[in-house]
Design a protein around this ligand. Structure first.
Ligand code: 13P
Length: 248
């Protein structure tokens, strides 16, 4: 049986209070498509405000620290983002792997901390253009998945997002056949890592997904949803992706 589609907006470092109206617009579109799971991950400053604006709508964070507390200036623990109102968080996004030098072991530790705090996690993996050109994409992505994989993985709280780095924010999208090949490789790696529960773990595609290409991407086998950046910032842009998921 196909997994329920999951469409998640990653707002990255975008959004001030005035954008709470966009969260409200998106939540009301989601309300009309209850067969799709929809969430927005705004900057952490908007998490509590967003949960007050749209009670019951899923709000997530974009990162959290693996420690429960302590001397980590500027960082936030899983309990802190949960208290703010997040029900899950993105982890290991390629922008954090590049900008903050996060490695697989950090992502694994973060995922385990997030689960211990009762939150969901979306672990991101993806190859660079050089790695794809060198024919290493599947090995790189499966290696990241194995290194980042939490010990207590379960589809109830864990989601994987495949985001080719070269497709993020560029308007470039892989061929459907390449997405299919990668998602199949991730599925079989999940089976090797966790056995029977692997089929229920949702695997999202991310990288320049928009209202024009969502239907094609969401129809690819093993694509259980999307992790969307730029096209998640308004209801006008994000709505068609939610609708495409509902029709998929
Ligand atoms: P874009 O949709 O802007 O390409 O970003 C994708 C992404 O990085 C989501 O996490």
């Amino acid at each position: 049986m196909a997994n329920r589609k999951y469409i998640v907006g990653n707002w990255k470092m975008n959004g001030l209070r005035e954008q709470l109206s966009d969260v409200a617009d998106i939540a009301s579109i989601a309300e009309n498509h209850k067969d799709v799971d929809v969430a927005i991950c705004p900057p952490v400053t908007l998490i509590a405000l967003a949960t007050e604006t749209v009670p019951g709508f899923a709000i997530g964070a974009q990162d959290c620290h693996f420690a429960s507390n302590g001397a980590h200036t500027g960082c936030l623990s899983a309990a802190m983002i949960r208290e703010a109102g997040a029900t899950m968080t993105i982890l290991g996004h390629s922008e954090r792997r590049a900008d903050q030098h996060e490695i697989d072991a950090d992502v694994k530790a973060k995922a385990e901390a997030v689960h211990a705090a009762g939150l969901g996690a979306i672990i991101c993996v993806g190859e660079t253009e050089e790695e794809r050109d060198a024919g290493q994409a599947i090995d790189v992505v499966c290696g990241q998945l194995e290194g980042s994989f939490p010990d207590d993985a379960d589809a109830g709280w864990l989601t994987i997002a495949y985001e080719p780095v070269w497709a993020i924010g560029t308007g470039r999208v892989p061929e459907a056949s390449d997405v299919e090949e990668m998602h199949a490789a991730i599925r079989s790696k999940l089976s090797a890592l966790m056995g029977d529960g692997a089929d229920a773990v949702r695997i999202l595609y991310g990288g320049s997904m928009n209202g024009g290409n969502a239907s094609e991407l969401l129809a690819v086998p093993n694509v259980d949803g999307g992790l969307v950046g730029g096209a998640s910032l308004t209801g006008e842009k994000f709505g068609p992706i939610i609708e495409a998921a509902a029709a998929a």
